[in-house]
Design a protein around this ligand. Structure first.
Ligand code: NDP
Ligand code: 8X3
Length: 252
């Protein structure tokens, strides 16, 4: 029986790259995101290319009942999830705290923190009776330091860091591994989403230095999940060579 990975936010960037690398390594996949057409296209491509099976779940991770109902509706053999990649997440805006948009704050906290919790609640309950499983949370350099105007996004990723540590403690008795992967600048749709479709502003974020690409992170995630059972990588901070901190970048 092939192993199963459940990946949230699989329609773009890091989540999509993870779907590829797990598929390439023979995993069956449960892919979660909101954009149905994209998810379908990616799923069909991977099923054809790697002869694996995929279940698609169109869900907004912020919606607790949708997450619970759509996940629990999976056939029981699909609930033997070996790896959960809690990747769905986003930033909205880059403003000082007094100028921030409170709807953006809700979106970031509801997605990055509460969505991750709703998904983890369901999937960890599938893992515990099996006494095996690996939860990989996508944090950020923004979860380890705070940068100007990053306020609420940084707070949400600091929460992910705290939850990763908490999960590792609470799930220890169930032999479930928990890892956080904390990337620096990765060129994905992240900045386009942060700046609400402003392509010029998004492009500038990655100008004049070589950022990471989604596959760099997927590669690290694959390394982490493919260690022997007795080895857990607690966390990993992965930066572009040209980036020293959240804001110090060696641009040419
Ligand atoms: P992308 O914008 O390219 O991908 C984000 C993914 O998350 C999309 O597939 C999107 O799918 C999904 N998503 C967003 N909101 C929801 C939601 N409410 N419900 C379900 N799925 C959702 O960005 P990245 O790949 O860069 O981001 C992935 C993760 O990596 C995020 O947690 C981000 O914070 C983190 N990260 C990114 C860094 C970077 O520099 N890019 C650096 C450090 C961390 P859809 O819209 O179809 O729902
Ligand atoms: C994304 C990286 O530094 O742009 O988490 O916030 S950063």
């Amino acid at each position: 029986m092939s192993k199963i990975a459940l990946i949230t936010g699989a329609t773009s960037g890091i989540g999509e790259a993870c779907a590829h690398i797990f598929a390439q390594n023979g995993y069956n996949l449960i892919l979660v995101a909101r954009r149905e057409e994209r998810l379908e296209k990616i799923s069909h491509h991977l099923e054809d290319k790697y002869a694996i099976s995929i279940k698609q779940i169109i869900a907004d991770v912020r919606d607790k009942s949708t997450v619970t109902e759509s996940f629990e509706a999976l056939p029981s053999d699909w609930k033997n999830v070996d790896v959960l990649v809690n990747n769905a997440g986003l930033s909205q805006g880059l403003e000082p705290i007094d100028k921030g948009n409170t709807d953006d704050w809700d979106t970031m906290i509801d997605t990055n923190v509460k969505g991750l919790l709703y998904v983890t609640k369901v999937v960890s309950n599938w893992m515990t009776p099996n006494k095996t499983g690996h939860i990989v949370n996508i944090g950020s350099i923004a979860g380890l330091e705070v940068y100007p105007n990053g306020n609420v996004y940084c707070a949400s990723k600091h929460a992910v860091d705290a939850l990763t540590k908490a999960m590792r403690i609470d799930l220890l008795q169930h032999e479930i591994k928990v890892t956080s992967i904390n990337p620096g600048a990765v060129e994905t749709e992240f900045s386009l989403v942060r700046f609400k479709g402003d392509e010029d502003r998004a492009k500038k974020v990655y100008e004049n230095f070589e950022p990471l690409i989604a596959n760099d992170i997927a590669d690290a995630i694959w390394y982490v999940v493919s260690r022997p059972k007795h080895v857990n990588i607690n966390d990993m901070l992965i930066m572009p060579t040209a980036q020293a901190t959240g804001t110090i970048i060696n641009r040419k």
